[in-house]
Write a new protein. Structure first.
Length: 229
């Protein structure tokens, strides 16, 4: 019920979210984010955008390593490709090494049955056509009550909350943003949860910053946005 009320409120306030990915990203060539833990840069997350005819393709590269007193707390090295047709996700493929363990997610849209078929390292099955891949470039993560893990294909329930309007500064640039909180759970009634704070640029609709706490304070912060000439 909370999510449904938020959903109605959100689209009354932000009607531009109803537009397709191409409307917001057709001038964007790439988005590069720094990954920080406890204020120290430990890696990057990069997205590359291509629009061809009715297809919109997003490629992602991510690499970071967090060490504590010589111990490898968490390392990620992966890549993925999202393919959209007329604004609809039709295919997704990722390969990731997490702490030397192989993870993957192969997904495609079953047009006949209007569902996603997923074969991942943590989940194999189907999902509603309304679900969204949980990558940080995509502002449409605010629209779904279920998120697909980009690494392993697992499904997580989410609740989305609008927190406030804020002006944030990144390097020498100031941005008018909307701050949201996303709460992720494996099951709706699960007491164990993950919480993320997200700052969305009101003008470009690009996610500029994400923070969360898990064995330290983590930040994903936009470092560079490259546009087509």
């Amino acid at each position: 019920m909370k999510f449904k009320l938020f959903f109605l409120f959100f689209f009354l306030i932000y009607p531009s979210f109803l537009y397709s990915h191409e409307d917001h990203y057709n001038k964007i060539k790439s988005i590069e984010m720094d990954v920080l833990r406890n204020g120290k840069k430990i890696g990057y997350n990069k997205y590359f955008f291509t629009a061809e005819n009715n297809f919109f393709i997003v490629k992602n590269e991510i690499n970071f390593e967090a060490n504590v007193i010589g111990y490898n707390l968490l390392s990620i090295d992966g890549s993925s490709t999202e393919t959209y047709k007329n604004g609809k996700l039709v295919k997704y493929k990722s390969r990731t090494t997490q702490n030397k363990k192989k993870k993957y997610n192969n997904l495609f849209f079953d047009e006949k049955n209007k569902i996603y078929k997923i074969k991942g390292s943590s989940f194999t099955g189907t999902a509603s056509s309304n679900v969204v891949i949980g990558n940080w470039w995509n502002h449409n993560i605010f629209q779904s009550d279920i998120i697909i893990s980009p690494l392993s294909g697992s499904l997580k329930h989410q609740e989305v909350y609008f927190l406030s309007k804020e002006i944030i500064k990144i390097d020498n640039n100031r941005y008018d943003t909307s701050r949201f909180k996303i709460v992720l759970k494996k099951n709706i009634d699960d007491k164990k949860k993950e919480e993320f704070n997200i700052w969305l640029d009101d003008q470009s609709k690009i996610i500029l910053k994400i923070t969360y706490s898990k064995f330290g304070n983590w930040e994903y912060i936009v470092k560079n946005i490259e546009k087509f000439n």
